[in-house]
Design a protein around this ligand. Structure first.
Ligand code: ARG
Length: 452
């Protein structure tokens, strides 16, 4: 029997019934729904809206239902449409008329809103835990590679030498910002809609502050109409997921390039690679590619929810039932991507020698050679020009800057002295960086101390 059957004289069309039902996906909220209902029942009892004993009976029956769901003893039905009505109808089956009192001073509109917020508060905590684990993994790896020198790129062209530790800590910053974004999102989510009723509040002497305390919310939604129609927090959640996925995806893109035969900077562990069904020699970085691909899916989730909400008049509209799929999917995808990514970078092999060799070619000490001439009193722009001509000469003669003889160097500028060779050594280039936050060994040492 439908809980809302009273006004209807004819049964629902079966296709419509199936189309309307959300139980297939919102059953994931069973625990939050029961938690919210128990708090609501306690509040009704405390306020004398129902008897204290009635509240207690409802609470213990809800706890039994929770246990039965977890033991796989309960089958939800499409007839009862969603998780809220499924649980309420089971309660009524078990308690008789008393079960029907639970929904006093409550609507499914404030009920579903509190359920998603409860779900997301937990979900955010899980995501933050994984992000913290990833940050720690990066610190551990960086500590091992403080002396591993590699090319830093701009436009994917060799630019200036950096250390792998410095590079890894750049990603640490991104994931740290993600943590902050999720914490902020937790704050927005931590506001209680329950007690708002369908849209305009209720006529009962309810105690919403008590509900907030019971359910662990920091504050109340201040306007009942906003409370039931707000999904900003869910959009912020998926948006934060999208940004974190974007960071993972950039990292994956680099790891994919680095594991190519052309680069060979890293080798993925066999456990996180796959082979080809036709080409026996292949070892593919599928995990990294999949994370990059799944990023698109999470962006899709964000677009889904933004588009879903954009034309909705106040207050609740059934369109909003569709919010759960993108919210669940974005969280699931980010969590599984983070978990696999942590494993992948922990097990990958870094080819330190190949990285260092690459760092020594490509004239990445050209800026340092120019800085050398600046230290001898020339203007930077002139030095840039001189070194540019020198690099061209090197390319034509198949030499690196440090391979030029003193005589060749003097041909470009009289200011060159013997100490130039020491100044343009790859490690000296790194060591010489003085600005705060630079790649110098000392600066990275400080970063690691401050951020681990
Ligand atoms: N299943 C619905 C949802 O997820 C619950 C709220 C239904 N409210 C209503 N007035 N029909 O949005």
């Amino acid at each position: 029997m439908k809980l809302w059957k009273g006004r209807f004289s004819k049964a629902e069309n079966s296709l419509a019934e199936e189309f309307n039902a959300s139980i297939e996906f919102d059953q994931r909220l069973y625990k939050q729904d029961i938690t919210g209902s128990i708090a609501h029942a306690r509040m009704l009892g405390k306020q004398g809206i129902i008897d204290k004993e009635e509240a207690l009976a409802i609470e213990s029956s809800l706890l039994e239902i929770l246990k039965d769901i977890e033991d796989g003893k309960i089958e939800f039905t499409i007839e009862q449409e969603d998780i809220h009505m499924n649980i309420e109808s089971i309660l009524t089956e078990r308690l008789g008329p008393l079960g029907k009192k639970l929904h006093t001073a409550r609507s499914r509109n404030d009920q579903v809103a509190v359920d998603i917020r409860l779900y997301l508060k937990d979900e955010i905590n899980h995501v933050v835990e994984l992000l913290e684990e990833l940050k720690q993994t990066l610190v551990t790896l960086a500590k091992e590679h403080q002396d591993t020198v590699m090319p830093g790129y701009t436009h994917l062209q060799r630019a200036q030498p950096v250390t792998l530790a410095f590079y890894l800590m750049a990603y640490w910053e991104m994931f740290h910002r993600d943590v902050r974004r999720f914490r902020f999102c937790y704050e927005t989510t931590n506001t209680l809609p329950l007690g708002s009723g369908a849209l305009a509040g209720t006529t009962y002497n309810t105690d919403r502050d008590f509900l907030a305390d019971e359910l662990g919310f920091d504050r109340l939604c201040d306007n009942a109409m906003d409370a039931v129609s707000d999904r900003d927090f869910a959009i912020e959640f998926i948006s934060s997921c999208s940004i974190a996925m974007m960071h993972l995806s950039r990292f994956c893109e680099e790891l994919i390039i680095w594991s190519s035969t052309e680069f060979q900077f890293i080798e993925m562990d066999d456990g996180y690679s796959t082979g080809s069904s036709i080409m026996p020699q292949k070892k593919n970085p599928d995990m990294a590619e999949l994370i990059r691909g799944k990023t698109g899916r999470v962006y899709g989730d964000l677009m889904t929810l933004l588009t879903l909400m954009k034309g909705l008049p106040l207050a609740y509209n059934k369109d909003m039932q569709e919010d759960k799929l993108p919210v669940f999917d974005a969280g699931d995808t980010l969590k599984s991507s983070l978990a696999i990514f942590i494993q992948m970078i922990t097990t990958m092999k870094v080819n330190v020698q190949i990285m260092e060799k690459a760092a020594k070619s490509g004239f990445m000490n050209a800026t340092d050679a120019a800085d050398y001439l600046v230290s001898k009193g020339l203007a930077f722009r002139d030095c840039h020009e001189i070194i540019g001509r020198m690099v061209l000469y090197c390319i034509e003669n198949g030499k690196a800057i440090e391979e030029l003889t003193m005589e060749e160097l003097k041909g470009f500028s009289e200011k060159f002295e013997k100490d130039i060779y020491e100044k343009i050594d790859i490690r000296s280039c790194i060591k010489a960086k003085k600005s705060k936050g630079s790649t110098s060994f000392e600066s990275v040492e400080q970063m690691l101390a401050a951020k681990s």
